[in-house]
Design a binder for this molecule. Sequence first.
Ligand code: PLP
Length: 406
Amino acid sequence: SSSVFNVTVAPPDALFGVLAAYKADPSSQKVDVSVGAYRDNSGKPWVLPVVKKVDAILKDDPTLDHEYLPITGLPDFTASSARLVLGATADPIKNDLVASVQTISGTGANHLGALFLSRHPPTTSVGPTTVYISSPTWPNHKQIFANVGIAVREYPYFDPKTLGLDINGFLSALESAEPGSIILLHACAHNPTGVDPTQDQWKQIADVIIRKNLFPFFDCAYQGFASGDLDRDAWAVRYFLSKGVELLVCQSFAKNFGLYGERAGALHVISATKEISTAVKSQLAVLQRSEISNPPAYGARIVAKVLNDPTLFEEWTEDLKRMSGRIQEMRKALYDKLVELGTPGTWNHIIDQIGMFSFTGLTPAQVGKITKEYHVYLTSNGRISMAGLNSNNIDYFAKAVDSVVR
Ligand code: PLP
């Protein structure tokens, strides 16, 4: 029969396709290092103890109901999350220069930020609004910006020869970007490479961005989860702020609170004046209204409770240390194992990289082989989620890597 829809089947999402294949594999030795979600040492999702505790408190709170939140979200949540990422004593907070809106986790923050810039492009821009994203980046970045009609270009980031940062390529792409271009930066724990600029390199990057009138768009999905230190993971954002530049920050609480499915996040836009900031917030509210009307309450309530209570906050930092600490242990264990096996190649990058992911350097052919022969599931770019490794599967995983690179 005929249809008004002229559509063909879209290719499956690359990442969720790998996950589906993993689930369908009956092997008892199978290992999933594809999806970017924390797992405990028994390979299970982990509900943070502090989240469990707040969950119980909220259940018993007679003042809570299921009414709509304000369009821009729960005020206790947006204010405390701005302090968390920008720093409680940051000048833009003291001077009312921050417009914060609660979003559908980090993805929604990226979308709302991109949508806002598509309607209100930087006044410094000369041509069509353009975003520069790192090569490679979180694949969603490209489609989020393309969806709102912003032209997408790439800047060099990862150097496959050193498995590290291509700082010269990065800086020269910034030097030749048109004024007003949006520069998407991962605040910490770059996804997918696990390679972050050093603080000195961040200073060089900021220098060009400021000198060339480019607009910094920070995506912060791993604060505290990366190093275990909330301040250290926010250093780049705060460095840019200390230079007095206008910028925006997308913030996700998926990883650092383990609230993946609750979709708690925020967008913070920092403007030069209080008047502009008020106008920005009102325009963000207009956009938000037509897209989701009001953000979801539950995850934001949990985060707000923790961020606004010193005892709970302290407990949260312990949970963060536990997650980031286990991941760092796995990096060390994998590195040691590969060295012990005499696996061809150098493996320092495994311990030098930071955050959820490691870019192993495995080629697409090696990835095909490790999946087929060893039931080890990862994306074809060679990225592994460190959280998928644990003391039960790390030897098996290292031997599988050893065998496919020989
Ligand atoms: N940005 C980056 C770089 C990410 O890695 C992620 C999650 O993988 C996100 C944003 C957004 O995730 P969520 O929408 O679950 O907060």
